[in-house]
Design a protein around this ligand. Structure first.
Ligand SMILES: C[S@@+](CC[C@H](N)C(=O)[O-])C[C@H]1O[C@@H](n2cnc3c(N)ncnc32)[C@H](O)[C@@H]1O
Length: 712
């Protein structure tokens, strides 16, 4: 006699069984063998029949109905209810079970429930118990049973995979600014932070005293920055446009896996006394807290800080959403971690009642009763912080979207670290954490995937370092003002991943799809998926695809022809694991798919994705002169012809010059970063000891022209 769940497993596609086994991390003797997958799924108590049924196609659910002798007429959800013996949403007045005793392979549902309890994972809550009281009429009630609660609650999501190992990714040093102090120079990395952190593990495992992150939190928005030419000349309507910086839109539960992997590796980077502050908002805080609990342990939760602010109210039927949430966790709560107590003003009533004096503990009574002679410092700071957001025209504003106020980050860094300690923010954005760390004499590392963030941060850090060297306010605190800029991986093609997809779609002449699917478009009869850009595509990157395929349609196509592949797929990547194609084909067995992989670094290396900028730089009478500069992509966006550029400086964000370039790392002696609405100089005196000169001109899009010239 087969059990109810066995009947479901018999019908389920191998791909589904494998997916379930992966999701629930089941022990499977050999994942390639269907028989082993069936065994693992059928015997796993965590895998409930309703979960399997929900992920099956309607046709498969009908097959299950037939197998257990239930009328297979109707739609999927109704059939599942019938199978699980749940009341239908509209009462039909009919018996919910219609056993078909004559069906050749039918197993009676009644008998499955009644006679094979060990095989039956169907929750008892759904079986019916007939009471004999009161005697006259029988009363039907539902019986509820509960599994004992084990362990701690865990958030589950589609495609959840443990993250337990990574590999080392090399980094290339590109720029050096300022000097070392105590053998240290701060570092910022351009790259996907998972790879940057994998790189950091080698030297910085267990070394960070504070990690603050302000990641995208699935806000379903695409964040842009307004790009506007610097001077007066191009101040027409077309002199500004919105440039995409990063996108915060995710398919299914990909966001949770994204953050889970990164938090796991951050925990490894934290020192035993270190803490992590995760900045998010009320829409995602409940999920993120579960993820944090899972990775850090519930007992290492320290607090949730509410950052409360005011902004223009919105017209909504809701209380105004004017706070963010900061989840604060310790690597080890019981360690001797830093906490520098801060105070807020004591209340008026306190000041009145105790004359502004500190209350101290009366040891005898154990209550705070004694008024001391000391003036009160105020009240220890609460976990609700009222701090203004950055004003639209505030001096702090960089124009980078979602920039956070320095005051907020200052409070976190001051309270959780001491001078000289090491801070990481790998969702750096405009570099607020890095700037505040520099001002407070903390050492720091930062990372961002968007080149615009790297340029904005570099500019801010250069300016902060210059200001600090002028002020030298607090001589007791050493400020680490030198910093290095690194690339992790190959980042020459796409400076901005948010735009990479669009560029590839255009360059490869891919037809965009009308409907939202897991694919990005169609080309020559193949469905196209653009894999993550700027890094090698791995097996893990296929999960989103595997979870999102339209298996229903595939069933239909398989029924039409057993020999024809159910889908023709084109994967576009920038490097890939050698067996990527085979991995995808294996994962969806028994469906047959035709997969083609295009590696744009190798197969399409001659594709033109962007136009190089042009510049003319000369040395005349002891002066380096930038005579012309045409940032071609920027000009295109501004709808400007080269000839229309009257003053190239209006299109430029910074000029860096290294007078003695070593051929690899730019170490600029001239850092010409003008203030808002000011222009770079464009002419620079050449020092007598200049050798090989290297010039880097960065435009308003953060794209750079780099070129060299010899002196003499
Ligand atoms: C909310 S913003 C951070 C803003 C920052 N706190 C500030 O004050 O400017 C999030 C940043 O995360 C970056 N980001 C998103 N995914 C990333 C990834 N995988 N690796 C590195 N940075 C990433 C985005 O480019 C964006 O700059």
């Amino acid at each position: 006699m087969r059990g109810f769940k066995r009947c479901i497993v018999d019908v389920a596609a191998t791909a589904l069984l494998r997916q379930v086994a992966d999701d629930l991390e089941l022990d499977v003797a050999d994942r390639r063998k269907r028989v082993d997958l069936e065994e693992a799924v059928a015997t796993a108590r965590r895998c409930k029949p309703e979960h399997l049924l929900a992920r099956m196609t309607e046709r498969e659910v009908k097959q299950v109905c037939e197998a257990v002798g239930i009328d297979p007429k109707g739609r999927k959800n109704g059939l599942i209810n019938r199978l699980l013996d749940k009341p239908p949403s509209k009462d039909t007045g009919q018996s919910r079970r219609t056993p078909k005793a004559s069906h050749p392979q039918a197993v009676s549902y009644q008998s499955v429930l009644g006679t094979v309890p060990a095989m039956n994972d169907k929750p008892a809550s759904q079986s019916t118990l007939v009471l004999s009281e009161p005697a006259a009429e029988s009363t039907t009630v539902e019986r509820y049973e509960f599994e004992p609660i084990k362990g701690y609650p865990m958030l589950n999501w589609l495609g959840k995979r443990p993250y337990t190992s990574t590999q080392y990714y090399p980094a290339q040093l590109k720029e050096v600014h300022g000097e070392e102090l105590d053998g240290w120079r701060n570092k910022i990395f351009w790259g996907d932070n998972l790879q940057v952190m994998s790189h950091l593990l080698k030297k910085f495992r267990g070394k960070f005293d504070l990690i603050y992150i302000d990641p995208p939190f699935d806000s379903k928005a695409v964040y842009t920055k307004k790009i506007k030419s610097n001077g007066q000349k191009h101040n027409s309507d077309s002199s500004s446009f919105e440039e995409k910086q990063y996108s915060d839109m995710w398919m299914n539960d990909a966001f949770l896996q994204f953050i889970y992997e990164r938090i796991s590796i951050m925990r490894e980077l934290l020192s035993d006394t270190g803490t992590l502050t995760l900045h998010c908002d009320p829409h995602k805080v409940h999920h993120l807290r579960c993820v944090m609990d899972e990775v850090f342990g519930e007992s290492n939760f320290l607090n949730e800080i509410i950052w409360s602010y005011r902004r223009w109210p919105s017209n909504s039927k809701n209380f105004q959403e004017m706070h963010d949430n900061l989840l604060w966790y310790a690597k080890n709560r019981n360690s001797d971690r830093v906490f520098n107590k801060e105070y807020e003003e004591a209340s008026e009533s306190y000041m009145k009642r105790f004359g502004g004096k500190t209350q101290i503990l009366d040891e005898e009574s154990g209550t705070r009763k004694i008024t001391s002679d000391l003036d009160t410092k105020g009240m220890p700071r609460r976990d609700v912080w009222d701090i203004s957001i950055i004003a639209g025209v505030g001096s702090e504003r960089t124009g980078y979207p979602t920039q956070k106020p320095e005051k907020l980050i200052d409070r976190i860094i001051r309270s959780c670290t001491n001078p000289g300690e090491l801070v990481l923010d790998c969702f750096m954005g405009s570099g607020t954490t890095q700037v505040v760390s520099m001002k407070l004499g903390r050492r720091f590392i930062g990372a961002d995937i968007n080149l615009g963030a790297i340029q904005t941060t570099t500019k801010r850090l250069v300016k902060t370092a210059a200001d600090l060297s002028k002020k030298k306010l607090d001589t007791t605190v050493n400020c680490y003002t030198g910093f290095e800029v690194y690339n992790v991986n190959h980042y020459d093609i796409f400076r901005n991943p948010a735009q990479a997809k669009d560029l590839l779609i255009e360059a490869l002449e891919i037809q965009k799809l009308e409907m939202a699917t897991v694919f990005d478009g169609e080309k020559d009869g193949r469905m196209v998926k653009i894999m993550p850009v700027n890094r090698i595509a791995t097996r893990a990157d296929l999960n989103e695809l595997i979870a999102g395929f339209d298996y229903k349609a595939w069933d239909r196509r398989r029924n039409e022809s057993l020999t024809r592949p159910v889908e023709k797929i084109l994967l576009v990547c920038m490097g890939h694991e050698p067996d990527l194609k085979a991995q995808l084909q294996k994962a969806v067995e028994p469906y047959r798919i035709d997969v083609q992989v295009v590696d744009i670094l190798r197969d399409k290396a001659n594709l033109e994705f962007r136009r190089d900028s042009e510049a003319k730089v000369t040395v005349k009478k002891g002066e380096l002169v930038i005579e012309r500069f045409y940032p071609m992509n920027l000009l295109q966006k501004l709808s400007l012809q080269k000839e229309a550029v009257e003053d190239w400086r209006e299109l430029v964000e910074s000029v860096l010059i290294d007078w003695n370039y070593d051929g690899a790392v730019l170490q600029p002696a001239v850092v010409d970063v003008p203030d808002k609405n000011e222009l770079v100089q464009g002419r620079y005196p050449v020092p007598v000891d200049a050798g090989t000169i290297r010039v880097k001109i960065t435009d308003l899009l953060s794209e750079s022209w780099e070129g060299g010239l010899g002196n003499g």
